[in-house]
Design a protein around this ligand. Structure first.
Ligand code: ADP
Length: 241
């Protein structure tokens, strides 16, 4: 395992400028996340979680400060290099699933492999990931013909198809019933047990406590960074106890 952190941000600031209006969304954020950790980033609406996730996920750049992703200094990478690093290393799961409608489950999961040369291998890989996540019987369903819980599992399969080092999950249970939500948390914990780093963005304490560590932000500032003492392990009967 690498002897440097997967994520290393130092004195990060983010300022948005729109039509002369300046909003500072992040102030002097510094922390590290090691390979293999499961970390929640928690804060109320408007606190800067999405802004931070976009920067950590290499979808946007900081206004100032440093960000080393897996040893790469993000400030020194071109937009193309950043996109390549992102496609190779990072999977995203969003609250709204973001699947292509009227497109099969299998084709949705194949999407990140579009540029791969070996088309047969690509098909096999997408099927394999879907089977592992319990959706082998849904391959040819359209993504708008399956339940919300299944949609989120398709989105997780799509995030996993490139074997990423880290998954960013932004309120992944926000649109789900409690049973499907527990399943999603079970999957994220199982992936983490096998070594994938998970970064979960949420405003809910209950969801955040499934991680090993919680970083709290408020008004764009890091206000605490602590281990979870009684970590929640997602179990089907969690609400029955
Ligand atoms: P959260 O995800 O915690 O709800 P956000 O990161 O979306 O918080 O927003 C943090 C702050 O930055 C808010 O004040 C929001 O209005 C502002 N903000 C977010 N995105 C933009 C943008 N593209 N342009 C201007 N302001 C933005």
């Amino acid at each position: 395992m690498a002897d440097y952190p997967l994520i290393d941000v130092r004195h990060l600031n983010k300022i948005y400028k729109n039509d002369g209006v300046v909003t500072q969304a992040l102030f002097d954020i510094t922390f590290q996340i090691k390979h293999g950790e499961f970390v929640s980033i928690m804060g109320p609406s408007g606190s800067g979680k999405s802004t931070l996730m976009h920067i950590l996920g290499l979808l946007d750049r900081p206004s100032s400060g440093e960000y080393f992703f897996n040893g790469h200094n993000v400030n020194e990478l071109s937009d193309d290099e950043l996109a390549n690093l992102r496609n190779k290393s990072i999977g995203f799961v969003f609250q709204a699933f973001n699947l292509l409608p009227r497109t099969t489950v299998l084709d949705n999961v194949k999407l990140p492999l579009l540029y791969s040369k070996d088309k047969r291998r690509m098909e096999e890989r997408a099927k394999e990931v879907l089977e592992n996540i319990g959706l082998g019987h849904r391959l040819y369903y359209l993504s708008n013909q399956i339940s919300g819980g299944e949609k989120q599992r398709v989105a997780i399969a799509r995030a996993l198809v490139n074997n990423p080092q880290v998954i960013f999950a932004d309120e992944p249970t926000g649109n789900l019933d409690s049973k499907s939500g527990i399943q999603v948390m079970q999957i994220l914990q199982a992936l983490n047990d096998k070594g994938t780093t998970i970064i979960l963005v949420t405003h809910e304490t209950f969801t955040a406590e499934h991680a090993q560590r919680i970083i709290k932000i408020y008004d764009g500032r890091l206000v605490s960074d602590e281990p979870v003492v009684n970590r929640r392990i997602a179990k089907e009967n969690e609400f029955l106890k």
